[in-house]
Design a protein around this ligand. Structure first.
Ligand SMILES: [Zn+2]
Length: 290
């Protein structure tokens, strides 16, 4: 493993598991910088999206120079980098990326090198020792581990909690931080994706000695997060959280400073009674992810 003046705290797991608020909480430590879901910066129209500083990313005082410097240094074009990203990230490329971590091909080496330059730039601009990336995907773990010391946190939220959250009909609203529409998803699709994501995250977590974090546990007892990030300040759980320049995460990054709410995470008011019963069965089969 290379030595670097920084390391990455990577938040992995299925969506709708509170990963953005977790990114904000970890970013409240004095030596830590919250980035959000960095994997998405190759998507169409990304630079028109909004940073948590309320500027468009193309105009943000932090990200504009980071992206400009990076693209100057990078040995390939941004278009080529996008193609590499689509080749190695996402659940369906998990085994290919894991294989390349062990036996890197030429294209993977290029992808890893360019990504390394990007994080070097974030480190230079932020001056922070820990960079939080809440991209969530499991193949990205192998990519990041190829160039930097990495702490992996696999967030697990019980199936009914995820399913209930997936029943919301979310529409695109760039100015309020919603970059992609998310119509309600059927039970079978949520189940398939939840199982695949948690399986691949489990493999990657075991390979890199990461830690598992249960959504239900930390939301009810936030102080346990110091076991996951030692530099969190005293009484951090009473603060309101706001990241200066977080991009591409959940829309709460755009809202006023967020306080932790120990709200009723056990209510699934969008689920029908049969979804609730079947969901309970899923949790009984997979207790280690619930
Ligand atoms: Zn910004």
């Amino acid at each position: 493993m290379k030595t670097k003046p920084y390391n990455i705290l990577y938040i992995a797991g299925y969506g709708h598991s509170g990963t953005t608020i977790l990114d904000l909480v970890f970013g409240s430590a004095h030596d830590t910088f919250s980035c959000g879901e960095l994997t998405h910066f190759t998507r169409q129209g990304f630079f028109e999206e909004y940073c948590s500083c309320m500027e468009q990313i193309k105009d943000c005082s932090f990200w504009k120079p980071v992206f400009e410097n990076w693209q100057r240094e990078m040995p390939c074009t941004f278009e080529e980098y996008k193609r590499l990203r689509n080749r190695y990230e996402g659940n369906r490329h998990f085994f290919k990326t894991a294989f390349n971590y062990l036996f890197p091909g030429k294209k993977f080496k290029l992808f890893s090198h360019c990504t390394e330059l990007f994080y070097d730039e974030i480190h230079r601009a932020s001056g922070k020792k820990v960079i939080v990336d809440s991209s969530k995907g499991s193949s990205r773990i192998f990519l990041l581990a190829s160039f930097v010391p990495l702490s992996v946190i696999h967030v697990c939220r019980n199936f009914r909690g995820v399913l209930n959250s997936e029943q919301k009909d979310v529409k695109v609203d760039l100015e309020n931080g919603i970059e992609a529409a998310s119509p309600p998803k059927p039970f079978s699709r949520v189940l398939r994706d939840w199982v695949i994501t948690n399986s691949t995250c489990t493999v990657a977590r075991l390979v890199f000695s990461g830690k598992k974090l249960y959504f239900k546990k930390w939301i009810q007892n936030p102080t346990l997060l110091v076991k996951y990030h030692a530099s969190l300040p005293n009484n951090f759980e009473k603060q309101a959280f706001k990241a200066p320049h977080m991009i591409a995460g959940n829309a709460i990054r755009m809202k006023p400073p967020q306080k932790l709410r120990r709200k009723t995470v056990l209510e699934y008011n969008r689920l029908t009674s049969s979804q609730n019963r079947l969901g309970l069965l899923v949790e009984w089969i997979f207790p280690f992810w619930s």
